[in-house]
Design a protein around this ligand. Sequence first.
Ligand code: UDX
Length: 492
Amino acid sequence: MDVSEPQPQPHVVILPFPAQGHIKPMLMLAQLFCNNANFYVTFVNTHHTHNLIHKLINKTNFKRLFPTLRFEAIPDGLPPQHPRSGPQVLDIFFTMGFESKAKFKDVLTGLHQQEEWSPPTCIIADGIMSFAIDVAEDLHIPVITFRTYNASCTWLYFHIQNLIQQGEIPFQGDDDMDRPIACIPGFESLLRRRDLPSICRLEDAQNPILQFYITQTSAMTRASALILNTFDELESPIISKLGSLFPKIYTIGPLHALFKSRTTHYTESDSSNGSLREQDMTCLTWLDSQPSKSVIYVSFGSVATLTRDQLLEFWYGLVNSEKPFLWVIREGLLLGDDTVVETPAELEVGTTESGCIVRWAPQEEVLTHRAVGGFLTHSGWNSTLESILAGIPMICWPQLADQQVNSRCVSELWKVGLDMKDFCDRSTVEKMVRNLMEGKREEIMKSIAGNSKMACDSVKEGGSSYCNLEKLIEDIRSMRSTTKNIAHVGNE
Ligand code: UDX
């Protein structure tokens, strides 16, 4: 190679799983690559999520701010009328097969042939999109896997097969859910059955969803490195253990904070905050009228659902706690119909007096608003990180995927919240809210303040996540010369 020859900027192709909690951190990374490293980035959505994102961004400003970021779209294999939300989002696991893979390959081959952009230097693929690893191997393009779970849960997924072999899972619904799980290194005294990922509650070890995760997780190790949206100081013992499976790990979280701290000329409206729904900003005005640290913010993320009975129990618990609350009741949160037909009069009154309900909130702004004092959350990993960064203690009501593990870490490992897993009767909700906002507040606030500071420090210049992003950028730059040659092999 002639070292004097000017090198084109690297070109990274990013492929997220098409769901809110996956797209948001991966789009933050894409924007960081463009803004901080001048990389070219092709961000590959499905047609459905492509349309959602493009409805919400200001295209002219976005192009001005991120001239080297462009979007491509591939099919998800589902019919147009499919809701692609709630529990049915899982259908995508089984439809993003043959057609999506072929189209993804077409996108990559097309990129090789475009004159103005260099061929792809590397692919960053979601940890549950292993077809991207197959394509990368076919085309001889280096691939890095990005798992949107935290390190603890990622590590745990590598032990699912072992849990089956040891007879720990599957278990039946009426088995002892508090039985300790001692066979996962690093978690010997932390986890009970009820804290395992929700797939462990499937009663058949051959269940296709359980098998999907086993296959996807094991495929991740074919990638050359792992990216996690976490920070070293929070999970260092488990990150070290993951080092036995991946030659390189880049822990670059909280990505939303790294994005804010490192993006120059950043304004909310120019970039994309990765939201797939329009955020109702009016709730910030409502928060302005509330006393400091008084409000409990309630949101169950983008996939979890409630039955009508559960919704009413939460509602009674919140009203009975006599704390002001801001509640996100998104379209599709309620299983079945989308509206509560009969709301008891006392709940209507209680909500008018001290509540605010919106369809989708600007969550990062809400969590940093001076009026918010607690977060009743489903323990999605993005929400958990956002709450830790903002120093807001949590009440956890996990439901699916990694959420059961996250809530256990929140309550027992990091001690930054309370876990009400599996129980949401009105008296439990009321008790939890009172404990978080009064009884146990002092103790929990001490832990969350320490964790919040570590999170903030990690994204500052010299901090662990800041440096790890630099390292990732450097390592991708050094892949450039290799891919320049192998790209031609893929084109033959
Ligand atoms: C789920 C998982 O549980 C998560 O851990 C996994 O990595 C992806 O799938 P989700 O239900 O979307 O994710 O939750 P979460 O990871 O918390 O992400 C939700 C995102 O939506 C957060 O970044 C949050 O800020 C945003 N959000 C949520 C809003 O912008 N407005 C809202 O009203 C609610």
